[in-house]
Design a protein around this ligand. Structure first.
Ligand code: AMP
Length: 275
């Protein structure tokens, strides 16, 4: 008999403000351990003490399960936050996002994309052409759920990331999330930086570019972070949101991991190759 698979979601908040969240897919033999680990994470989060911690556990219908390969990973070095944000915008433009849409998204994340000027719980949906925000709720955004690593892939990813000193939950979880997002044909690219005040690395990810980490995409101590998914103009929103929230994706293969390199040289090389 096939092992049952559960979707686990956690959301912690205080005074109505989002503090932390997590979503994963776990086999039944790891369910309890995962719930305890997420409870500990919610209670020890650097963004503050949670007043409310909510869990949702749902059995997943494995008929819909998608198996996929994680994106390739590269680290691009920059000299400052401004240079990092400029680099992120150049990379986004190489994926077909307009300069206006890239600039608007960076400005929204920098100033706090929720209605109160803080971090949203989920991602913004941004029209890749005109930069308009398309998500129905500017506080909640869209939370990508039902994402995880196949058991055999979990250990292998940890081992390979270790070689580059990158084996931490931020990288592992963001890579999995970005991997699912980049599978959707209507999403040209994603931009992210964390809302965790101690974690300043962000990334741009797209099917062609892979997962491009940019250390120092925000200043230390900054609690405003977020995600922007850049949509092909005219994308049918309901189908897209249903897919991001509901379709289970388990990664069973790892993309190539590359050494760190200078961000500007890398972008210049890509731009030349693109003609
Ligand atoms: P994190 O990388 O966990 O620090 O999250 C940074 C930001 O990304 C959060 O403030 C949310 O706005 C957004 N975010 C986190 N998790 C998800 C998710 N599962 N789906 C969509 N957006 C997310």
């Amino acid at each position: 008999m096939k092992t049952q698979l559960y979707s686990v979601r956690m959301h912690a908040s205080s005074n109505g403000e989002h503090l932390s969240g997590a979503e994963t897919l776990v086999p039944e033999n790891r369910l309890e351990a995962e719930l305890v680990a997420l409870l500990q994470r919610a209670r020890q989060h650097p963004r503050g003490e949670a007043e409310q911690i909510r869990f949702a556990v749902d059995l997943v219908d494995q008929q819909d399960l998608v198996s996929a390969c994680l994106p390739e990973l590269r680290t691009l070095q920059v000299a400052s936050v401004d240079q990092g944000r400029e680099l992120a915008q150049s990379l986004l433009q190489l994926t077909g996002v307009t300069a206006t849409a890239a600039q608007t998204a960076v400005a929204c994340l920098a100033s706090g994309a929720s209605t109160s000027g803080q971090s949203m719980r989920g991602a913004m949906l941004v029209d890749a052409g005109n930069g308009a925000r398309l998500e129905a709720d500017h506080d909640r955004g869209v939370r990508v759920s039902r994402i995880g690593l196949e058991e055999s892939c979990r250990g292998e990813l940890a081992r390979q990331l270790e070689v580059f000193g990158l084996n931490n939950p931020h990288v592992r979880e963001a890579l999995v999330l970005a991997g699912k997002v980049s599978l959707h044909p209507d999403i040209l690219a994603e931009l992210c930086w964390s809302d965790d005040p101690d974690y300043t690395t962000g990334y741009v990810c797209s099917p062609e570019l892979g997962y491009l980490r940019i250390p120092g995409l925000k200043p230390v101590g900054e609690t405003r972070g977020g995600r922007a998914f850049f949509l092909r103009p005219g994308t049918e929103l309901k189908a897209l949101v249903d897919w991001l929230e509901q379709t289970p994706v388990l990664f069973d293969r790892i993309g190539c991991l590359h050494s760190a390199e200078d961000g500007r040289s890398y972008a210049a090389r890509l731009a030349t190759a693109a003609g």
